[in-house]
Design a protein around this ligand. Sequence first.
Ligand code: DGL
Length: 284
Amino acid sequence: MDGRPIGMFDSGFGGLTVARALIDLAPHEDLVYVGDTGRYPYGPRDLDEVRSFAVQIARWLIDEIDVKLIVVACNTASAAALDTLRALLPVPVVGVIDPGVRALAKATRNRRVGVVGTVGTIRSGAYQRAIGALPVPVELVPASCPGFVEFVERGETRSDQVSVLAERLLAPVRDAGVDALLLGCTHYPFLARTIADVMGRDVVLVSSADETAFEVRAILGASEPPGVGSGALQVFSSGDVAWFRAVGSRLFGGELGEVGRLTWPDPPAVAEAAPGARPGAASG
Ligand code: DGL
């Protein structure tokens, strides 16, 4: 039995959708969540830069928290850094892209699907490659949705402005006749009602959160009892912690408790990152 916590990170609040799914599926696992709100959004950034952030956070989770597994609860970071993290780190690393594609393949009937994500995720081609690797041909209509993450980070998930933006960005995907749409950004499930209004009732919205949680449980052995911790959730943010706690609790649908503050030094280039780059100060 390995009582160490699971580590999880995202650029901000989005990964809380994955945290929620994991807590529901494995309620006895302890979880340490890092929301890198001091450096969000990741979506418009260069993928090399996102990769260096991901390595830095993952190293901190291993060196300071001693996690047994890391969940990259961010599509942009998964697209940029998953292979690097798996090569560098001594613990299993789970991303959200392959679980999302598996869920999407299960949901579609007409084999024409959409994926929406950040500019970085869509431009990386990670979804295009993952769908191309499916055993049956599936036609993909990808679309990046700049602006969605900012609405979520402001806690603004239902407003006229976000509806107008959603109509503009999603209409081409809807009009292409997809029957399933993958929310390829962990922030987007918070906009599910707005997105569903645009896509219509016949399009199934798919999130990678549940499938990712299943993958974590499978890696941990799916053994019973599931986990030996107390189900504690510890949250850290590199931004304003009071704000993270307030908005995060609302989005998460439950109290996040005290949020610890992380201050990062400039991240090292990935090649130099192996020994670890620790934050200048961290308090629980
Ligand atoms: N939540 C992240 C994702 O899944 C990215 C949000 C951001 O742009 O920082 O892609």
